[in-house]
Design a binder for this molecule. Structure first.
Ligand SMILES: Cc1cc2nc3c(=O)[nH]c(=O)nc-3n(C[C@H](O)[C@H](O)[C@H](O)COP(=O)(O)OP(=O)(O)OC[C@H]3O[C@@H](n4cnc5c(N)ncnc54)[C@H](O)[C@@H]3O)c2cc1C
Length: 324
């Protein structure tokens, strides 16, 4: 019996959220007196998979089937379920990402496993198995008991510190789930990436520069884009900004938009309404630029600049450029 950790890879690299998931899985394995095995999905290199030893992973399974490079729900579900059966894993840990959310629910049906999403802490295992998860758009937490023999946990980004045991390596094993054409029946025919400033996709971004109605109009968005470009960040916006088409809808964050969990979220001319905060409140560091010192966003901020975005943003961008 081992804990099975689903590790998402992109362009050969293990995603940061998956390093956190690997660390979570290995710590739970230790609590349960077992080891953690990873199953890698997406495009990976053996060297990077071996480095998962630094997060406490003992073994990594990798199916080199080329069609697994891009996300295909049916194929990923079968791959992970087959790995879980091979390893006799009663607990599967994955990221609360787009892929994790889609696959987690399919796996829970297929394996008859209980599923907890948005999990923010290691489980309590004394006299049961309960996890703490964010509910009501992150405004509250609930402790839930996972009943049944098989369990799936989807870990929220930035809630677990990734372990880093320098130099430890995991054993990488090739693995085949014997996937057939039928498993790829729901493969997208074509993937058209949405145009994202700076080329960084918002849900996965580590750094986000976001603008609200305080930016006054779309003609001023070069100030947001310049800072995002200097930082290598994605751009985002508040709901009213996308409602009036200053920015595309896929950039809108909040309760009714995308949830982001970057290491740094810079909010420019955004008031900090509760519906906006619901989508950004698990960011590691929040910086708020607002000319109103009473703006609610300052209560959620780690750093605040009381000032006019039209003065502050060019200076901030210049300072970042000088550091680069
Ligand atoms: C059911 C429901 C769901 C919603 N979902 C979402 C959601 O998902 N995401 C979301 O964002 N909103 C959502 N909203 C809307 C939300 O309640 C707020 O109305 C919205 O977030 C406000 O956007 P804003 O901060 O850009 O604009 P405003 O509230 O108009 O705030 C603009 C801010 O800019 C500041 N400012 C103005 N000029 C400058 C300047 N020159 N320099 C610096 N600062 C300046 C002002 O002081 C102010 O704080 C939802 C609302 C409802 C009812």
């Amino acid at each position: 019996m081992s804990v099975l950790v689903v590790v998402e890879c992109d362009g050969g690299e293990v995603k940061k959220s998956s390093l956190e998931v690997a660390s979570y899985g290995s710590q739970v394995a230790q609590m349960l007196g077992t080891t953690a095995t990873a199953i890698a999905v997406g495009e990976a290199t053996e060297a990077n998979l071996a480095k998962l030893g630094e997060q406490g992973i003992a073994k990594v399974l990798y199916d080199a089937e080329p069609r697994l490079k891009d996300f295909v729900n049916g194929a990923y579900t079968k791959l992970i379920a087959t790995a879980a059966q091979k390893e006799d894993s009663k607990l599967i840990v994955l990221a609360n990402s787009n892929i994790g959310a889609a696959v987690g629910s399919r796996l829970s049906i297929r394996l008859e496993a209980s599923l907890a999403t948005n999990v923010v802490a290691l489980p309590k295992t004394d006299g049961g198995f309960s996890v703490k998860r964010g509910v009501f758009s992150g405004k509250a937490f609930a402790d839930v008991e996972l009943a049944g023999e098989r369990k799936i946990i989807a870990v929220k980004k930035n809630s677990i510190e990734a372990l880093h045991e320098e130099g430890k390596t995991a054993q990488v094993e090739s693995f085949s789930a014997q996937l057939t054409d039928a498993d790829f029946a729901d493969a997208p025919k074509e993937v058209v990436m949405q145009d994202q400033a700076g080329g960084v996709l918002l849900p996965e971004a580590d750094l986000v520069v976001s603008g609200g109605r305080g930016m006054k109009g779309p003609e001023n968005w070069n100030l947001i884009e310049d800072l995002a470009k200097a930082l290598g960040a994605a751009t985002a916006c508040s709901k009213p900004v996308s409602d009036v088409d200053w920015r595309p809808h896929h950039e809108h964050v909040g309760q009714t938009g995308i949830t982001v969990s970057p290491n740094l979220y810079i909010a420019c001319g955004i008031s900090g309404a509760i519906q906006h905060l619901a989508g950004v409140n698990s960011s590691k560091v929040i910086v708020v630029i607002n000319k109103d010192p009473e703006a609610p966003f300052f209560k959620a901020a780690d750093y605040g600049i009381v000032g006019d975005v039209f003065d502050v943003l060019p200076k901030l961008t210049q300072a970042v450029k000088e550091l680069n």
